[in-house]
Structure formats: structure tokens, C-alpha cells
Design a protein around this ligand. Structure first.
Ligand code: MG
Length: 391
């Protein structure tokens, strides 16, 4: 077993079917979509050098640009889970020694259990996170629901993910099964190929979000991990104004808005993102965006405000904080933004990785008064409320 190794991860979040109104991997959990918590768990491990996040086509288009950065590649899934795993596998570097496959809908996976399956897979080839069956199992055949057997529970484990494999073992199993497997997990393919698979005892909290009560449990577990119910609420204020000039694209709330003029600035001039970022930093007591991104520094000329937001999200994460809600008021004579509220809310929610229900956008004219009223500038006010662990 190599002392230092490179691991890849495939996070499968391409399911479209749902018992819960929308794909379960995108349901909000403590302010973020479920699958982003799963992604985060792998991102925190330095030995995981490559991550393939497998999403359905629509989600790739909507979230791909934002989530596919650094070690994370966003990949479109296939018709079945196995097709999705195959596509994810294709996006990993051939230099990885071991690959973990994980359900996007298992947001509570711990770093410890990921590491255990990776190291066990390096040692023995294939390792699956699982828990001993707690309830007595009844074998039932047919729709009339007559019990035909009660197997010995002590021999049964419930398989979870991550399921980790030495790269060549997973490659061979996927190749052999291509297009003709109905397996519900990869370990079945590996078992069928005659490879021994080892169980790695996991925890009962590593649940797969499947039904509505799972979200209640997951949210309670998540809060417990982050210091229990004792959370502090803080509010921050942000304000920004930029000149409106001809010959520049107009960016507001992280999206391009069609208009004859755009905002002048050292960056892309997105007043909404700047005000929102300042509101978040304000609540954290971390100053303002001009400290980390001084306009005098040529290095930041022309940068996208998305990078500024990423920096702010990093600060949030460092503090274990989450955005409870974000409210922005844009002051603009032109363009009229009322017809774009939904798109602006969606964009802002995506930039800050929170659910749309936590974001509000409103626009006001300046009643023709002053430079804003004359269409020479756009301003934005923002208020952010955060929840932080109590000091
Ligand atoms: Mg600004």
C-alpha cells in the first residue's frame, strides 16, 4: 500500500425521479443543497485530488459553472446509475490509486468514514461503508405479503456509500458491465467479477435522503455537529454604487442583464454582488470586500464578482456560518428589473449556494432624482442575516 496515495471521488447526483417534489439531491438542508454537503465532505480531504460530480443535464447547465472549479469536474450523468458512474470515472485522472463512489444524497458522510474506505480499498481492493442491520429482517415473496423466512440478522449489513475501490478493479468491473447492468451499487459488479469486498463499519447517521423525514433527521444531525442548537444570529449591511456607462455589459446579482449600458468598475461592476458580499462580511465582522480586493491593485482588474463571492463564502465556511437570508434593494432608473426578479433571485441564490427561499430582490427607481434618477449610476443596498456557532 503506497504511503501517500491519490484518491478520486465520484459523487452521483444525477437522479431526476423524486418522491419529494424535486430531485432529493437538490433539496435544501441547513441552507445548502443536499449534494453540496456531500461534495464538501470530499473537498475537505487533501488526498482526494480529483472529484467528479455527476449531475443531470439541466443541473449541469444551471450549476456546472459554479460547482466545477479546482479539483471538481462537473459531468453529465447517464440513463442509469451505472452509466453515471462510468461517466464520472472517465473524468478522473488515470493517476489516482483509489476511487470512492458516493451518493450525492448522503450529505452526512464524515471525513473519517471516507478515509477508512479509501485506505481499506488500497489494502484489500474493495471496501464498502455499511452498518449492521438493526431490525429483524423478514423475507417476503409476492404481493400478498406472507412471510416466508426470517434470516439470521447478525449476518446482514446495510450497504451505504462511500464504496471505494482500487482504480483498476473498478475500471474492470465497469467495463464488463457496460450498458447491461441493473446493479444498484458498484460493489455488486465487483463481487460478480470474483473480487472480495470488505465491509467498513460506518455510522447510522450516514443516511441517504429518500423521504421527507430523512431531511428532518439530517438537519438535526447537521446542527448537532455544528455545536448543537446554540447558534448566534448576526446581521450585516452592505451598500455599493457604480457609474452606468455605454459600451460595457451590465452584470447584476451574478448574471448578465440586457441593457444598452453597463456598470463601470475595476471588476465587472456588479453592485448587487458587491453590496451582498459586504453585507455578509459585515455580519462576520470581517470589514469589506475592498480589503481583500483593493481597487488599486492591478491584479484584480476586470475580475468577475463571482471570485469575490467565492472569497466571502470561504470566510463563511471558516467560521461555520450560514446565510439565513439575504435581502437586496437595487436603486436604478433603468433598466426596469421587475420582470427579472425570479432570475435575479435564482442567480444570487446560486452564487451564495443557498436556497432561493432565503433570497429576496427588489428594485426601486430614484424618482428621477439625482445621478441615479438621471440614469448615470445604479446603487444597491443589502442586508444579510447569518447564523453562526455561539462563541
Ligand atoms: Mg463595487
Amino acid at each position: 500500500m503506497p504511503k501517500r496515495f491519490r484518491a478520486g471521488a465520484i459523487i452521483v447526483a444525477a437522479g431526476s425521479g423524486s418522491r419529494m417534489g424535486r430531485p432529493k439531491q437538490f433539496l435544501p438542508l441547513c441552507g445548502r443543497p443536499v449534494c453540496e454537503w456531500s461534495l464538501e465532505a470530499f473537498r475537505k480531504l487533501p488526498e482526494v485530488s480529483d472529484i467528479a460530480l455527476v449531475l443531470d443535464g439541466e443541473s449541469v447547465r444551471r450549476h456546472g459553472g459554479r460547482l466545477g472549479a479546482g479539483r471538481v469536474k462537473v459531468v453529465e450523468g447517464g440513463a442509469t446509475r451505472m452509466d453515471s458512474v462510468v461517466n464520472g470515472f472517465g473524468a478522473l485522472s488515470p493517476a489516482v490509486d483509489v476511487v470512492a463512489v458516493h451518493d450525492g444524497a448522503r450529505p452526512l458522510v464524515s471525513a473519517g468514514i471516507i478515509r477508512k474506505t479509501l485506505t481499506e480499498a488500497l489494502r484489500s481492493g474493495a471496501a464498502v461503508a455499511a452498518v449492521p442491520a438493526k431490525d429483524t429482517l423478514k423475507q417476503v415473496r409476492g404481493k400478498a405479503l406472507w412471510v416466508c423466512a426470517t434470516p439470521d440478522r447478525s449476518e446482514f449489513w446495510q450497504a451505504q456509500t462511500p464504496q471505494s475501490y482500487r482504480r483498476e478493479i473498478l475500471a474492470a468491473a465497469l467495463k464488463r458491465s457496460r450498458g447491461k447492468s441493473s446493479a444498484t451499487d458498484e460493489s455488486q459488479l465487483v463481487e460478480r467479477a470474483g473480487q472480495r469486498v470488505r465491509i467498513v463499519p460506518s455510522g447510522y447517521e450516514n443516511i441517504k435522503i429518500t423521504t421527507p423525514e430523512d431531511l428532518v433527521f439530517a438537519s438535526a444531525m447537521m446542527n448537532e455537529r455544528r455545536g448543537g442548537a446554540v447558534r448566534e444570529t448576526r446581521t450585516g449591511l452592505g451598500y455599493d454604487i457604480h457609474r452606468l456607462v455605454k459600451g460595457r455589459p451590465l452584470f447584476l446579482a451574478g448574471m448578465k442583464v440586457p441593457h444598452a449600458k453597463g456598470l463601470l468598475g475595476h471588476s465587472d461592476g456588479d453592485v448587487v454582488l458587491h453590496a451582498a458580499c459586504d453585507a455578509v462580511l459585515g455580519a462576520l465582522g470581517e470589514g469589506e470586500i475592498g480589503i481583500a480586493f483593493p481597487p488599486s491593485d492591478p491584479k484584480f482588474k476586470g475580475i468577475s464578482s463571482h471570485s469575490i463571492a467565492e472569497h466571502v463564502l470561504g470566510k463563511l465556511e471558516d467560521r461555520g456560518a450560514e446565510i439565513a437570508n439575504l435581502d437586496v434593494a437595487v436603486v436604478a432608473e433603468e433598466p426596469k428589473l421587475k420582470g427579472r426578479y425570479r432570475a435575479l433571485v435564482r442567480s444570487l441564490a446560486e452564487v451564495f449556494r443557498i436556497d432561493r427561499s432565503r433570497v429576496n430582490v427588489k428594485a426601486k427607481s430614484n424618482e428621477g432624482l439625482g445621478p441615479i434618477g438621471r440614469g448615470e449610476a445604479i446603487a444597491c443596498h443589502a442586508v444579510a442575516t447569518l447564523r453562526l456557532p455561539a462563541d
